[in-house]
Design a protein around this ligand. Structure first.
Ligand code: AKG
Length: 296
């Protein structure tokens, strides 16, 4: 049964957020991203979607919203817009609050284009946990919504279900022998720009499809940039979003074997190309030429 939720949205500096995460298994954050960045990103994604759906209407290929989402996401991940999104300071602050100062963003984010007529199960997920599909329990899921959701096309979660351990699975669904009831909460209050994070053991699902509205969101994952990765995570690859102070010291020393006196009497600093990441470490600066190169 779907309950109306008492869910409170949180901001980056709200300590209650982490308490929600521990006890409920999910958090909705608001006011994380610049609203123009979200609006321009949505426009960018919709231009690509309209192009592919137009070509399908012209008979070039069949309708395949899931396949288009993969291609659109691949292209989007190479844009400056994506780069700005994942380097948003408040997003990195949130991530550090869960996994510590060394944050790694996993590759191959999933784009969710949830359109009224589509029936592909990949974009209409039944109840599941992400551990089933290879995510580690120390990895956090994060879905950024580029559109509002309505009562039909959002995300539904089972608060507290992550505290019951791993749900047994059969044929990609909760095993019928282990199917104990959990409250289901439809996160229909999510609005464009909100970020929903959840624990990899949380039972959740796509609420469904609206008969008139399209929902677009990007599902990503982040984790600490050390410790064991699952086999899937190794294949997805990671990108460092922040480097903590202890790691910055090691970089200035130069290597993990702690070679003595590498820079004694010389310049103790990091390579210029790493300056953004090693934000507490000195480097020889100059003009930031990237500003002249960046497109969307
Ligand atoms: O956004 C959704 O509707 C479902 C996303 C999801 O369950 C997932 O990516 O694991």
């Amino acid at each position: 049964m779907l309950a109306r939720s008492p869910v409170r949205k949180r901001t980056v500096d709200d300590r209650e957020a982490v308490i929600d995460f521990v006890q409920q298994g999910f958090v909705i954050y608001e006011d994380v991203f610049d609203t123009d960045l979200i609006a321009i990103s949505l426009e960018h994604l919709m231009i690509d979607y309209d192009r592919l759906s137009g070509l399908a209407r012209d008979g070039q290929f069949p309708v395949d919203v899931n396949g288009w989402s993969v291609a659109i996401m691949d292209a989007f991940a190479r844009t400056g817009l994506y780069d700005q999104i994942i380097h948003t300071p408040k997003l990195i602050e949130i991530a550090k609050g869960y996994v510590g100062p060394d944050v790694a963003w996993l590759g191959h984010d999933g784009l969710f284009i949830n359109v009224p007529t589509d029936t592909d199960p990949v974009l209409l997920k039944g109840q599941h946990t992400d551990v089933w599909t290879g995510t580690g329990v120390n990895t956090v899921f994060a879905a950024l919504f580029f559109t509002d959701v309505d009562a039909y096309n959002g995300l539904t979660v089972c608060p507290g279900s992550h505290l019951q351990g791993l749900r047994p699975v059969r044929n990609r669904a909760i095993h019928p022998d282990w199917d104990v009831p959990f409250e289901q909460v439809n996160l229909d209050m999510v609005r464009a720009g909100d970020l929903v994070v959840w624990h990899a053991l949380l039972i959740h699902s796509t609420t469904g499809h609206s008969d008139k509205n399209t929902r677009i969101s990007m599902t990503s994952r982040f984790r600490a940039n050390d410790g064991d990765m699952t086999s899937q995570e190794r294949a997805l690859g990671t990108r460092a979003l922040s480097v903590g102070p202890l790691n910055q010291v090691l970089r200035l020393v130069g290597n993990d074997r702690l070679t003595p006196l590498r820079t004694y009497g010389g310049y103790v600093g990091v390579d210029r190309r790493m300056a953004g990441l090693y934000d507490c470490s000195p480097y020889h600066g100059g003009v930031d030429y990237s500003q002249y190169l960046r497109g969307v």
